[in-house]
Design a protein around this ligand. Structure first.
Ligand code: LLP
Length: 439
């Protein structure tokens, strides 16, 4: 198993004393004023005092800047992979920034549609789209449906009309193993996604679709995985896709997302601008026409670093000669990534950013599982106390979007900060919400 996700264990990169936290793991708009963390000019302590904990706080301009940087370095189009983080406000932001939106379920389509995001700029993915989902996609005029199986072709043939054919891409399995955690690899042969290039399924589907009067196959799509640091992983993918594009003369190519981000001190990820420039360069080198519509679909690289999760410390348990557990008022329900992928995170004390950190703690959640660990080795001040705020940076992607209400712990609110002001864009899940679905 190729595995390059950080595990958050103490490593050579982790110092034993830290005088200041690496700003590269905080949103662009982060600043420290008299030891207190501000995001976009909003003091974290103030938000906590006003709305309670836990909460996700996003630097709105960080997201906008990242999108703009990507657009500026790229002559193609950027689609935001909404699975990384979606709420109506995020869909509106993506709309205002003029990008496309990748949606992968009825729910994602519905939320984006409810926010007024135009169907024509949505790309609909999924390895098992239902009739209901496909019918809704057709109804709202989704720009491209990414066909993932022969069954889906049959389904679309019976739902679409020759008068208004649906515009589609075909998802190709390029047979590439990306350097990442096996759970988030998608381009290898043994995958539930797409049509195999090596075994000819992609070619067969392309031939089949060429004679369809109801489905217009305009291009191809592939996505090889997520949290990828090595840009050369994308080269093998590109070669396969370029061969197919040239062979069949398609005019559109979506290379998916997958660019990794740094979660812990010492990790380095390529800039989004280098990644998009790489795709463009590959396209040129392969001799693909300038008129080719090239699309990239990042999720994590756009939003991960834009947010932190703020908790409050509830208990501190010192186990002699073992470790010290610091438990916060959230956990695997708002961030299942450490449990699922052994992903590493750092921890900070937002109100004491300038205090020296020299003690290692294990940050645990409040759930009834021993595995409910948010940060296995966090470097924090030795006098850390109950009642203090503690935050985990780089939680803007796949945190809120994968949150659950396990143990009937309500999901935290989502706050957007900009220009010294903040607003709650998704409110806290209440006890009444927990009863909402009960008959
Ligand atoms: N396009 C497609 C078709 C995808 O399946 C994905 C992610 C993306 C784009 C965006 O990938 P990104 O740029 O965010 O890496 N829950 C996991 C990540 C799963 C990614 C699934 N697909 C995690 O928390 O690491």
């Amino acid at each position: 198993m190729a595995k390059e996700l950080s595990r958050g264990e103490p490593s050579e990169a982790m110092p034993s004393v830290r005088h200041s936290f690496p700003m590269g793991l905080l949103p662009y708009g982060a600043s420290i004023v008299s030891g207190s963390l501000h995001i976009a000019g909003v003091e974290i302590q103030k938000v906590a005092d006003e709305i309670g904990t836990p909460f996700f706080i996003y630097d709105e301009d960080h997201i906008r800047t990242t999108i703009r940087n990507a657009k500026e370095a790229f002559s193609g189009e950027i689609a935001f992979a909404s699975k990384a983080f979606l709420c109506k406000e995020m869909a509106r932001l993506a709309d205002q920034e003029g990008i496309l939106l990748d949606v992968a379920s009825m729910g994602e389509m519905y939320v984006a549609h409810a926010a007024g995001f135009p169907g024509a700029r949505m790309i609909f993915h999924g390895n098992n789209k239902s009739d209901q989902e496909l019918a809704f996609a057709i109804e709202i005029g989704v720009g491209r449906i990414v066909i993932d199986s022969f069954d889906e072709i049959d389904r679309l043939e019976s739902l679409a009309s020759a008068k208004e054919p649906v515009s589609a891409w075909l998802r190709v399995t390029p047979g590439v193993e990306a350097h990442t955690h096996e759970y988030v690899m998608t381009g290898q042969e043994d995958s539930k996604f797409g049509f195999s290039y090596r075994w000819g399924a992609a070619q067969e589907a392309i031939e089949l679709l060429r004679s369809s009067s109801k489905i217009r196959l305009l291009g191809l799509h592939s996505h090889i995985g997520s949290q990828i640091f090595r840009l050369d992983s994308f080269k093998a993918q590109f070669d396969v896709m370029a061969e197919l594009i040239s062979r069949y003369g398609f005019t559109e190519l979506n290379l998916g997302g997958g660019l990794g981000v740094a979660y812990v001190d010492g990790e380095e990820a390529p800039e989004i601008a280098s990644w998009v420039a790489m795709a463009q360069r590959y396209s040129k080198e392969a001799g693909l026409p300038d008129s080719l519509r090239l699309v990239l679909e990042p999720g994590r690289a756009i939003v991960a670093r834009s947010a932190i999760t703020v908790y409050r410390v509830g208990t501190i348990k010192r186990l002699k000669e073992i470790r010290t557990y610091v438990s916060v008022d959230g956990g695997m329900s708002d961030n299942p990534r450490p449990v699922l992928y052994e992903s590493g995170y750092e921890a900070i004390l937002p109100s004491r950013m300038e205090d020296v950190s020299d003690t290692i703690y294990t940050i645990s959640g409040k759930h009834c599982e021993s595995g409910d660990i948010l940060v296995s080795s966090a470097l924090l001040p030795s006098d850390l106390a109950v009642g203090e705020l503690l935050a985990t940076p780089v939680t803007g992607a796949y945190g809120y979007s994968m949150a659950s209400n396990y143990n009937k712990v309500g999901r935290p609110p989502v706050v957007f900060a900009k220009d010294g002001h903040y607003r709650v864009v998704v409110r806290r899940e209440t006890l009444d919400d927990l009863l909402h679905l009960e008959e």
